[in-house]
Design a protein around this ligand. Structure first.
Ligand SMILES: NC(=O)c1ccc[n+]([C@@H]2O[C@H](COP(=O)([O-])OP(=O)(O)OC[C@H]3O[C@@H](n4cnc5c(N)ncnc54)[C@H](O)[C@@H]3O)[C@@H](O)[C@H]2O)c1
Length: 325
């Protein structure tokens, strides 16, 4: 049964994580009832602490590798560790979260006739031989490497979404999320932006893997959430996959230098060997998102970095145990 009027009952799996907590906040602001399901593997109560007193917010400790029986109108399936350090910690569980998790959430969507959005990833493109990547590109992914639990898990989840769509006419949306950053990123997850910021704030050397000439594009979190919400609201005949990310490309070295400059840090750059299967280049082609959603990132890197640095600075001042990889 649909929710009354415009107020929808929305399930956000992984809602206590970085993106999930911002999404829960946004959905509450939009006037919906939000059910956040999270097993707290990488998420934290702190991320959603201000939401707990909202009568339209409900928190449930739940691992999506197990079935869930709730009544909802929409599901955003975000549950999955997103950084290599975390998804490689227990790779079998990572694949289970992507694959069993997708089966369980799709089963739920089928049962209650909910619309469901999958947080997929640019990692489905692997180490791309096309640049920038359009949604038509099938990817270049190693099926047996240390990143495969995440990359192939997410690819299989996409397959499941499209099979449920073909076989059961489920209303699906698949977002291929490119690197996103902002407040509430996990401070110890080894991701480029958080790592560099923590190192710069602590005046320690900035670790760059490789020579720093590999490029990345970074999308600020509020832009990403806007894209996800707009994608969910597209007409039922639109499934995606859709790239969401910021096409503006920077070398890893440039990012490090900008962060050092904003922080006013005396950190030096420490070059280390490149890990296996690290993609050299990643840049979204967002023409589809521009056309279908009228969406494009609005926050410039400088501004996004300032807000993110302010968040980590505050964490450090409060004495949070920050280390970086
Ligand atoms: N942040 C990015 O740059 C990025 C890029 C591409 C894709 N994504 C995708 O977006 C989603 C959110 O990423 P994020 O950056 O917020 O990561 P995150 O690690 O901060 O959030 C993931 C959340 O899922 C929860 N979780 C993990 N396994 C679970 C399980 N089995 N059951 C229930 N909850 C579980 C974690 O506790 C955490 O709260 C992920 O699916 C990720 O793959 C993120």
């Amino acid at each position: 049964m649909q929710g009354y009027g415009l107020r929808r009952r929305v399930l956000v799996t992984g809602g206590a994580g970085f993106l999930g907590s911002h999404l829960c906040e946004r959905l509450l602001q939009d006037g919906h009832d939000v059910l956040c399901a999270d097993n707290f593997f990488t998420g934290a109560r702190d991320n959603i602490l201000p939401l707990l007193s909202d009568p339209h917010f409900e928190l449930m400790r739940h691992d999506i590798t197990f079935p869930l029986y709730v009544e909802v109108d929409e599901i955003y399936n975000l549950a999955c560790p997103a950084s290599p350090i975390h998804y490689q910690f227990d790779p079998v569980q990572t694949t289970k979260t992507s694959v069993h998790g997708a089966i369980n959430m799709l089963g739920l969507a089928k049962r209650v006739k909910a619309k469901i959005l999958q947080a997929s990833t640019s990692e489905v493109y692997g180490d791309p031989s096309e640049h920038p990547q359009t949604e038509q590109y099938w990817g270049n992914v190693n099926p047996i490497g240390p990143r495969s639990c995440y990359d192939e898990g997410k690819r299989c989840a996409e397959t499941l979404f499209f099979d449920y769509w073909r076989q059961h006419q489920l209303r699906i949306k698949v977002a291929r999320i490119f690197n996103t950053y902002g407040p509430r990123m996990h401070p110890n997850d080894g991701r480029v932006v958080s790592n560099f910021i923590v190192q710069a704030l602590q005046g320690r050397p900035i670790t760059i893997y490789g020579d720093g000439s590999q490029t990345r594009s970074f999308c600020y979190v509020s832009d990403m959430i806007e894209g996800l919400v707009r994608l969910m609201d597209t007409s039922d005949d639109f499934t995606g996959p859709m790239n969401l990310g910021n096409p503006q490309e920077f070398t890893i070295r440039e990012i490090a230098e900008r962060i050092v400059a904003i922080v006013g840090s005396r950190s030096v750059i420490d070059f280390r060997p490149l890990p296996m299967d690290d993609p050299r280049q990643r840049q979204p082609d967002i023409r589809l998102a521009r056309e279908r959603l009228g969406w494009q990132p609005a926050i410039r890197l400088e501004e996004g970095l300032k807000r993110t640095i302010a968040y980590f600075d505050e964490l450090l001042r409060r004495g949070a145990p920050l280390t970086s990889a």
